[in-house]
Design a protein around this ligand. Structure first.
Ligand code: ME8
Length: 483
């Protein structure tokens, strides 16, 4: 199968399954899901990958703390994560686990290519290592001698490693970023990474001594060493598609990715190490990195290690999957850090769903049914309002502008509300029923269109409202109860 220029391959980071997913992980996954659904709705061949990063030291520690063997622990974690994804309607095409054999094959193939390119060499690493980040640190990365993200002193280590010649690729990567064929958005993140690249990159250890860690992928030809977690983890984006296996149809169809979505915490891995690996392996770079801010709680980054997490399940219990999805899409600017609070989520739910879409649905359905308004649903797709909304969908997808898309649709819903107030069909109906029908019919065409294009954000609700319209039926209970 040929690569289709229109294909849309979208990924989330593979998450560490060492605790429950918090609202930040839910955010990344939900926005990726919304983009994937927008892409499917616009007719593009789409593939949405998410999954878990299982081959890491901190997972092993967690399993030990829980008194469990590693594989049953990982299976249980994956069960929980898939359950949350289902509840939040995160409809991935594939959930990759780095313990999957297909992944191991991809990593081995990647290693062999780096080696063949002459970019792997033996050396000794002396320095600091933060297990929380699973990365090597320099003194200037630390605040008061501690990792700023994890609040712990990194371990001092001295060990034999294989190094990856990262330094060789700094200029080429910067060049790809500057020309825009490796796009990094928002621009502040692009500039941040360009500054790093312009300062030059150092070669980095790409293996660590193998000490029997479960699930570690051993260096081909040297079983005393295991492949470094980030080399292992980053390769998931292509191993999942079959890179390194005989079955690589999906790889051929979907690589290079349209976009990798991630938080800014792991920008450097994705904007320096990953493209360097791909260049060394002779593979195309992803088209874009979309780097979102980090939600903070109590003024600090939320993280499993810090224990200040907000539970997405609890929030879903209050505002439903739709409430949370709309909040992410409509209210969180992709680019900044935001303090997350229950009050803000509830206020958004009340404004946009209970008072907004919920009320509007009721008012329109009532008028449509009681005034016996007819409109031809099969012809809606040929109306100017449909064509305009479809064009906005495509444009928002090209620009990965989620808040723009969500706020456009909700403004249009509000404009129907305003039209009801201005035209007062309930008064018109008393004197001129046909005129009232014509007014409501026009509104129904617009409403039906908008609801249809809301599907990526509110997948189940959109389908439910469409079926009420088609069956000329009122919802048995309110779609969104005010909180
Ligand atoms: O870093 N706000 O996994 P991870 C918003 N396994 N998003 C957040 C967030 C927050 N406070 N905290 C986390 C790893 N995230 C590696 C990735 S990829 C090849 C390997 C989201 O479980 C955000 O997307 O720590 C961030 O980049 C990711 O979770 C980190 O997840």
């Amino acid at each position: 199968m040929e690569h289709n220029r229109n294909s849309f391959y979208i990924t989330t980071p593979i998450f560490y399954p060492n605790g429950n997913l918090h609202i930040g992980h839910a955010y990344t996954s939900v926005i990726a899901d919304i983009f994937a659904r927008m892409s499917r709705l616009s007719g593009r061949p789409t593939y949405f990958l998410t999954g878990v990063d299982e081959n890491s030291l901190k997972i092993e520690k967690k399993a030990k703390e829980a008194g469990q063997e590693i594989m049953p622990f990982l299976d249980e974690q994956t069960g929980k994560i898939k359950d949350i994804f289902e509840k939040l309607r995160v409809g991935y095409d594939q959930y990759i686990r780095t313990t999957d054999p297909v992944h191991h094959r991809g990593v081995i193939e990647m290693w062999n290519r780096l080696k063949k390119a002459g970019d792997i060499y033996e050396g000794t690493y002396e320095g600091l290592y933060c297990v929380g980040c699973e990365s090597f640190k320099t003194e200037k990365d630390l605040i008061d001698g501690k990792c700023p993200d994890h609040g712990v002193e990194p371990e001092k280590i001295s060990e034999k490693n294989y190094f990856f010649r990262l330094s060789k690729y700094a200029d080429t990567i910067a060049q790809h970023i500057r020309t825009g064929d490796f796009l990094i958005t928002p621009v502040a993140r692009k500039n941040e990474i360009l500054a790093v690249l312009e300062g030059g990159l150092q070669d980095i250890p790409f293996s660590r001594p193998y000490k029997g860690q479960p699930n570690a992928i051993l260096v081909p030809g040297d079983e005393t060493q295991s492949i470094y977690v980030w080399c292992d983890a980053l390769t998931n984006y292509i191993s999942a598609l079959g890179f390194g296996s005989s079955q690589k149809t999906y790889y051929d169809m979907f690589w290079p990715a349209k976009v990798h979505i991630m938080g800014k915490d792991i920008l450097r891995f994705h904007a320096a190490i990953w493209p360097a690996m791909l260049l060394s392996a002779g593979l195309p770079l992803p088209k874009q990195l979309l780097v979102h801010g980090l939600m903070i709680s109590g003024g600090k980054k939320m993280s499993k290690s810090l224990g200040n997490i907000v539970d997405p399940e609890e929030m879903r219990g209050i505002v439903g999957a739709g409430g949370l999805r709309l909040y992410f899409a409509h209210d969180i600017p992709l680019t900044g850090d935001g303090e997350i609070s229950k009050d803000l989520i509830v206020a958004s739910y009340n404004a946009h769903l209970a008072n907004g879409l919920g009320n509007l649905t009721n008012r329109l359905l009532k008028m449509m049914i009681s005034y016996e308004v007819q409109f031809d649903m099969e012809k809606v797709a040929h109306t100017p309002v449909w064509q305009k909304t479809e064009a906005i969908l495509k444009e928002s997808l090209d620009n990965l502008d989620l808040t723009g898309y969500a706020s456009y649709i909700w403004k249009e819903f509000a404009s129907i509300d305003k039209e009801i107030q201005d035209t007062e069909p309930f008064k018109v109906f008393k004197v001129d029923p046909d005129k009232a029908r014509a007014i409501v019919s026009g509104m129904m065409i617009k409403f039906y269109t908008l609801v249809y294009f809301t599907d990526p954000i509110l997948p189940h609700t959109s389908a439910r409202i469409i079926s009420y319209i088609r069956n000329r039926q009122m919802p048995e209970r309110p779609l969104f109860v005010k909180i």
